[in-house]
Design a protein around this ligand. Structure first.
Ligand code: MG
Length: 388
């Protein structure tokens, strides 16, 4: 969108967070594993406006620099003021003169999306203003001395959120006018209304909550972590290789004492191949042949443990971790029981779990068919993954 090239985002982050309590600015408190403000600035970074101005206290500038770095969000600093209105005024002073649009966004709304910014800025581009708001769901009453004294018409009542976007000249004029008239507003829309300009509303989302009280942190964290919708996935893998003389026998990443070994392009570790396929299957990423093709000389003679590690990286990149693995090796000989504990340790280390999460069982084929005749070794594996 063309309006982004002339848009600045101003984030007031100088508040003391007194409603949350404690000496630490609530924007620096951890939320879902990272400082709250990292989440907010990450959404701004994804938007990529021409300039982002972060308004903060001087003594918190180092912490804020690190937070902005963590979010990948380049920023210009502005010093904080005594009130939100004063902070926004100072932030506006740092906005580059050529930027025609400005969106002010609460640092304490970490669930904002680039789409909400775009909607507000597009409205400001076209109409001069665009403030994000949602219709209220609760019935609102005016209350005095513990008594209801009136009912607010819910049909026309909306709760204001941020971002609130304006032509930069409008907001700058509104800030000056408020200073001259001694007017204090709780949001930027209030300042522009006071100036007598029309403030247009852009429909927001109830998810775009403001983290104000201690209990809001848990709600915001649940929303950030996928609305609490943890998912599990399972995958299945199977592999078989032929046994031939003159090859080492590798199974489960462990060298087995044997006069014969499995034939294949890599070390032909059928157990690890079955496990790789189970992991890839669980994330819907095809099979081992697709990621590490036989035809690629890079994989000739490669230890299959390297393939398992690479497969685990794909699992992690997909946002999952292994809950447990269960595998069965079908081998007429040699006897594998003495090697099973070592296999569990080696496999567990490659996929970042404990050996207790890896089960390896060995069985024979009771003399039946080619496997029973000892012509090859096969392996089955299932893997359970979670994104929680
Ligand atoms: Mg194989």
């Amino acid at each position: 969108m063309s309006c982004l090239a002339k848009a600045a985002v101003v984030v007031p982050a100088a508040g003391s967070g007194s409603r949350v309590g404690g000496p630490v600015n609530k924007l620096l408190r951890p939320l879902a594993g990272e400082p709250l403000l990292v989440h907010t600035l990450r959404a701004v970074a994804a938007l990529s406006p021409a300039q982002t101005v972060l308004v903060c206290r001087d003594d918190e500038r180092d912490a804020m620099t690190s937070v902005a770095g963590q979010a990948g969000c380049p920023i210009t600093f502005a010093p904080g003021g005594a009130t939100r209105q004063a902070s926004v005024a100072k932030g506006l002073r740092e906005v580059r003169a050529e930027l025609e649009l400005v969106a002010v966004h609460d640092g304490a709304r970490p669930l904002v999306t680039p789409e909400l910014f775009l909607a507000a800025l597009a409205s400001a581009h076209e109409h001069g203003s665009g403030v994000v708001a949602v219709p209220v769901a609760d019935t609102l009453k005016t209350v005095a001395d513990g008594h209801v004294v009136g009912t607010v018409d819910r049909g026309t009542t909306w709760a204001m959120q941020t971002p609130q976007a304006f032509r930069t000249s409008w907001l700058a004029e509104a800030v000056r006018f408020a200073a001259v008239t001694g007017f204090e507003a709780t949001d930027e829309a209030g300042l522009v209304e006071h100036l007598g300009r029309e403030v247009r509303v852009v429909r927001g989302s109830p998810r775009n909550m403001k983290v104000t009280r201690n209990e809001d942190f848990a709600v915001a964290a649940a929303l950030l972590e996928g609305g609490g919708m943890q998912t599990s996935r399972i995958g299945y893998g199977y592999d078989v290789h032929r046994l031939v003389p003159g090859r080492e026998l590798w199974l489960g990443g462990v060298k087995i004492d044997s006069p014969v070994g499995l034939l294949g392009h890599s070390d032909a570790d059928a157990l690890l191949h079955a496990i790789c396929d189970a992991l890839l299957g669980a994330i819907g990423a095809g099979d081992i042949g697709r990621h590490f093709p036989d035809s690629d000389p890079a994989y000739e003679g490669v230890a299959s443990l390297r393939l398992l590690e690479a497969t685990h990286r794909l699992v992690a990149e997909a946002g999952y971790r292994v809950l447990n693995l269960d595998a069965t090796v079908i081998a007429e000989r040699p006897r594998l029981a003495p090697y099973v504990e070592r296999m569990r340790e080696v496999i567990a280390a490659a996929i970042a779990v404990t050996p207790q999460q890896v089960s390896i069982k060995a069985t024979t084929h009771e003399g039946l068919d080619d496997l029973g005749a000892g012509q090859g070794i096969a392996a089955h594996a299932v893997a359970a993954l979670t994104n929680g």
